[in-house]
Design a protein around this ligand. Structure first.
Ligand SMILES: Nc1nc2c(c(=O)[nH]1)N[C@H]1C(S)=C(S)[C@@H](COP(=O)(O)O)O[C@H]1N2
Ligand SMILES: [Mo]
Length: 326
């Protein structure tokens, strides 16, 4: 058991940093006009997987399905949520992702060709007054989409700042009416080895990817279900057609491509917590003084620019969420 756990654990460690360091370097080179294959080899030495190559077109990296709700984007921006840093470049965010169903590398966009975001259903189940399976576009039409600028902080110490489009999870609670006996919400991503080779090749990992929140966390105004990014629908690599965004928690809590939402009275098992409970807690609020992880958490590096920033408790969202943990 211990050996098995240790093995899976080593995968992100090896792959977390070089591409990101590389991506910032490559953009610098490309700006100065000296980008060459030699420069690529030098600056990316050993990384193997590069986020983005010179000459790749935006349409190749960001592929959007046309759907019956495409016309709802871009949605009006909610100005309550403002940033302390520039937005991350759209192509950088779309070519540097974590999505273990598809690959343990960051070039997820190259591995999503078989994935289909439509048709798609979201099952609402468990301790809830109105259990129902919604067609994704039916659910989107029931809520009001808005845009929010949020910071995102991965436990691997990289960060980004992006405009999400979606709706607060609170709205889903209003529609579904969880019972007072519900204490947690469990979210499950898709399970389809024909789309995602990780689900057939890494059988020791607990598929489908699952995450969970307490009911109080789920009801926070900050807890967001995103269906879009940068003013359009989510491309597959960001978690189409709907993913969670909880910006005061490490990125792995923000589960992508959700198919099932269950209200329950017991704490759900979650993907990374099952693989390594010592390092990936259930709560996993962003904390610069956290010493349990292999990555020092004091600072974070913005993808694309490589800018280093101090990491802040709750990722700077304490005024919205600190009361939950008193
Ligand atoms: N289903 C699923 N959701 C997931 C992951 C995953 O591997 N599978 N990775 C998580 C991690 S570790 C991070 S940092 C974010 C990354 O989101 P982004 O790729 O849209 O930036 O997604 C999270 N959601
Ligand atoms: Mo992450």
């Amino acid at each position: 058991m211990f050996i098995r756990r240790k093995k899976t654990w080593n995968i992100p460690e090896r792959e977390a940093v070089p591409e990101e360091v590389y991506l910032g370097r490559r953009r610098f080179l490309s700006n100065t006009g000296y980008l060459s294959l030699g420069a690529l080899m030098l600056s990316g030495a050993g990384a193997g997987i590069f986020g983005l190559f010179e000459g790749e077109k935006k349409e190749d990296i960001i592929k959007l399905a046309r759907t019956t709700t495409s016309g709802l984007y871009p949605a009006k921006r909610n100005l309550i949520y403002s940033l302390d840093r520039p937005l991350t470049d759209e192509l950088t965010a779309a070519s540097y992702n974590n999505f273990y169903e598809f690959t343990t590398g960051k070039d997820v966009w190259k591995h999503v060709k078989a994935f289909k975001a439509r048709p798609w259903t979201i099952e609402i189940t468990g301790l809830v007054e109105k259990p129902k399976t919604y067609d994704i576009d039916e659910l989107i039409r029931k809520v009001a989409l808005e845009e929010r600028l949020y910071r995102h902080r991965c436990v691997e110490a990289w960060a980004m700042a992006v405009p999400w489009t979606g709706f607060p999870m609170r709205e889903l609670l209003k529609i579904s009416r969880p019972l007072s006996s519900a204490k947690f919400v469990r979210m499950s991503a898709f399970m389809n080895p024909e789309w995602a080779s990780g689900q057939s090749q890494r059988l020791w990992q607990p598929w489908p990817y699952e995450e969970g929140l307490t009911m109080e966390e789920a009801a926070s105004e900050l807890t967001f279900l995103a269906t879009g990014i940068y003013g359009h629908e989510l491309p597959a690599q960001h978690g189409a057609p709907m993913r969670l965004v909880v910006p005061w928690k490490y990125g792995f809590k923000s589960i992508k491509s959700i198919m099932r939402i269950e209200f329950t009275d017991s704490r759900p098992k979650t993907f990374w917590n099952t693989l390594n409970p010592e390092e990936y807690g259930f709560t996993s609020n962003i904390d610069p003084d956290d010493k349990r992880q292999r990555w020092p958490q004091k600072t974070e590096k913005m993808i694309g620019t490589g800018e280093l920033r101090q990491t802040v408790l709750y990722n700077g969202y304490g005024e919205h969420v600190a009361a939950i943990y008193k």
